[in-house]
Design a protein around this ligand. Structure first.
Ligand code: ZN
Length: 179
């Protein structure tokens, strides 16, 4: 079952998620729902449970052959620097060039309940850093410099207003048979 993705301003995105103690049927169902939501998002690489309103330390991603999940992930080592135009499904449309470590070593629990470690580089490393932030209630805006944040918030609000204006024009277009 696919969920609506929570967006910036929703308090759940500012809260800390609780660890998963038990990989049981309920958690597996949550992972399946997160896979569905991620696939339906169309352009998302990864999703953290708080983004669908669930305060659990669950991250799913879809960058390899099949979607994967990790519970209670933490970054235990990081190295280097990498600039990347980072985006977020909860801040739709906004991409901001941000500097973060290039390499990370992530430790967590897999779907079978085993402790695993994943070495990730560049885009995959960025994904883990971004999603693990979500589990702590940290958003991209919190990682920006003061000037970057001011500019990004202004741009995001402008895009939101445009989206509202666009939605109010839509019925008219439909009546006129426009696309
Ligand atoms: Zn995000």
């Amino acid at each position: 079952m696919s969920y609506k993705i929570r967006t910036y301003g929703d308090p759940v995105l500012k809260s800390r998620a609780a660890p998963v103690d038990n990989v049981d049927g309920k958690i597996i169902r949550l992972v399946d729902d997160m896979f569905d939501t991620l696939i339906d998002s169309g352009n998302g690489l990864a999703l953290a449970a708080p983004q669908i309103g669930v305060q659990k330390q669950v991250v799913v991603w879809d960058m390899d052959e099949e979607p994967l999940a990790i519970f209670n992930p933490e970054i235990i080592e990081s190295d280097g620097e990498w600039l990347y135009d980072e985006g977020c499904l909860s801040i739709p449309g906004l991409y901001v060039e941000m500097l973060r470590p290039k390499l990370v070593l992530v430790r967590g629990v897999d779907i079978e309940g085993n402790v695993i470690e994943i070495e990730a580089d560049e885009l995959e490393a960025r994904m883990f850093q971004h999603e693990i932030d979500h589990l702590q209630g940290v958003l991209m805006f919190d990682r920006m410099s003061k000037d970057q944040r001011k500019q990004a918030l202004t741009e995001y609000r402008r895009m939101e207003e445009e989206a509202v204006a666009e939605a109010s024009r839509r019925p008219m277009r439909r009546r006129l048979g426009m696309k």
